[in-house]
Design a protein around this ligand. Structure first.
Ligand SMILES: [Mn+2]
Length: 306
C-alpha cells in the first residue's frame, strides 16, 4: 500500500451559518492535534494553512439568500484549492468552517471524478439534510442548502461552481444520521430521490447495517468523499456546534461508522464542518472530532485479526 499524502486546508468562515463561531473551527482542530495524530499512523501530512476570504457582514437575506456573494467567494477559493490537491494525487481534509463549504469541496471532487473517470460516492454525515432552497427556508442561511445546490437546486452561481450543473446527481449521495428536516425540504428530498438513513433507521437497523447499505456498490473505481458535519454526533458528546439536535449517534456508533468507512480503503477526500469553538467546552468537541478522524484513517478497536 502506498502512503496516503494528506493536505489540511483551513477555511475559517461562518459565512453560511446562523450562529457565529465556526470560523474558529480550523484552529481548534489544529490545537486538538489533528496533524500529529494522523502522522502517528504513518501518514504524510502537510498543513496548507488557511484560505482567505471576505469577513462576515452579518446581514439579513437578500432575495432569499444570506451573504450570497461572500459564500460564492469562499466556495470558489475552496473549489480551486481542493481541485489542486486532488490533481496532485493528495487527499484533502477541509477544516471548516460552516457546511456551506461542502459546495466548494464536493463540486471540486465531482469535477476531479469526471476528469479521471471515477465514480463518486458522498457520505453526508449530518443531523440535517442540508437540502433547502431559498423558497423553502425563511432564514436564507446557505449552510442549509449545499446538497440541494450540488444537485442543481439553487442560484446558478452556486450550482455551476464546479463547471458542470448539476455537480452531482442525488444517487451519488447517502445521508446518515438525519433527524431534523423542514417540511418543504422533506418534500424536495423525496422528489429528488435522495437516499437517507435517518436516526429512526439507525435505531431500528443498527449502525453496522446502515453502513453496509450506504457503502453498497463501492468498488476500486470509487472516490469516497465523507462530508462530516460535527452536529451528526449527539450533543451530549459534541456540544460545540451551532445547531445541536438531540438524539444523534453515540460515541461507539460514530466510531463504528468511521471504522467501516476506513475498512473500504476508498476514502479520498474529507470535510470536517460546523465545529464551533465558541460553543464548545474546553475543546472537547474538537478532540472528539480528531479522535473520529483518526478512526477514519485506520485507528481500529479491532482485537481480532483482519
Ligand atoms: Mn450540515
Amino acid at each position: 500500500m502506498t502512503t496516503t499524502a494528506i493536505s489540511l486546508l483551513g477555511v475559517p468562515t461562518d459565512i453560511g451559518a446562523g450562529a457565529r463561531g465556526a470560523s474558529m473551527g480550523p484552529e481548534a482542530l489544529r490545537v486538538a492535534g489533528l496533524q500529529a495524530v494522523l502522522e502517528s499512523h504513518g501518514l504524510a501530512v502537510e498543513d496548507r494553512g488557511n484560505l482567505q476570504g471576505p469577513g462576515n457582514p452579518w446581514q439579513p437575506p437578500v432575495a432569499g439568500y444570506r451573504h450570497l456573494p461572500e459564500v460564492l467567494a469562499w466556495n470558489t477559493a475552496l473549489h480551486d484549492a481542493v481541485l489542486a490537491e486532488l490533481r496532485r494525487e493528495r487527499l484533502p481534509i477541509v477544516l471548516g468552517g460552516d457546511h456551506c463549504l461542502g459546495l466548494g469541496s464536493i463540486s471540486a471532487v465531482a469535477r476531479h471524478c469526471r476528469e479521471t473517470g471515477r465514480t463518486l460516492r458522498v457520505l453526508w454525515l449530518d443531523a440535517h439534510a442540508d437540502f433547502n432552497t431559498a423558497e423553502l427556508t425563511p432564514s436564507g442561511n446557505i449552510h442549509g442548502m449545499p446538497v440541494a445546490c450540488l444537485c442543481g437546486y439553487g442560484p446558478p452561481t452556486l450550482t455551476g461552481l464546479g463547471g458542470h450543473t448539476p455537480a452531482i446527481t442525488p444517487d451519488a449521495v447517502r445521508q446518515i444520521g438525519i433527524r431534523s428536516v423542514d417540511p418543504g425540504e422533506k418534500r424536495l428530498v423525496h422528489e429528488a430521490g435522495l437516499e437517507v438513513f435517518d436516526m429512526r433507521y439507525i435505531d431500528e437497523m443498527g449502525m453496522r447495517h446502515t453502513l453496509e447499505q450506504a457503502l453498497k456498490g463501492v468498488d476500486d473505481h470509487t472516490h469516497l468523499h465523507v462530508s462530516f458535519d460535527v452536529d451528526f454526533l449527539d450533543p451530549e458528546i459534541a456540544p460545540g456546534v451551532g445547531t445541536t439536535v438531540p438524539g444523534g449517534p453515540t460515541y461507539r456508533e460514530a466510531q463504528l461508522c468511521m471504522e467501516m468507512i476506513a475498512d473500504t480503503g476508498r476514502l479520498a477526500s474529507l470535510d470536517v464542518m460546523e465545529l464551533n469553538p465558541a460553543l464548545d467546552v474546553r475543546n472537547r468537541t474538537a478532540m472528539l472530532a480528531v479522535d473520529l478522524i483518526e478512526s477514519l484513517f485506520g485507528k481500529s478497536t479491532l482485537m481480532r485479526k483482519k
